[in-house]
Design a binder for this molecule. Sequence first.
Ligand SMILES: [Zn+2]
Length: 131
Amino acid sequence: MRRVVTTPNTRIAVPQRTCIGCRQTRPQSELVRCAVNQHGAQVGRTAAGRGAWLCSMTCYHTAVQRKAFDRSWKRSLPADALLSLGDSLRAAMNDTNLNDTNLNDTDLNDTDMKESSVVGIAPDNTTPRKG
Ligand SMILES: [Zn+2]
């Protein structure tokens, strides 16, 4: 007796991508691609340029804070370019129905120091001077 082994569609190769925010590998379809080129940063699967992948707006903020974009793209973008990229990302993620529970808009300038390990500059400017 012969067993007929049918393995046509059992293994569908889903392209995996790593989110630059949380560093988790996910199916490409769950991530949003950003690319940088001479026009600046853009969102889109087909955008020309080097790609960086994000799974949520939270990860976008994380990536900005960790300068993960700079590392992925091997260049640093001006802050306003990153902000407009964030707007495009938000729109793209609403589009793809990713649930973003983080509704409060995190101000990038107002980093929460509770968890992130900031390289310490001690607030030690109160050296008393004599004379
Ligand atoms: Zn992520």
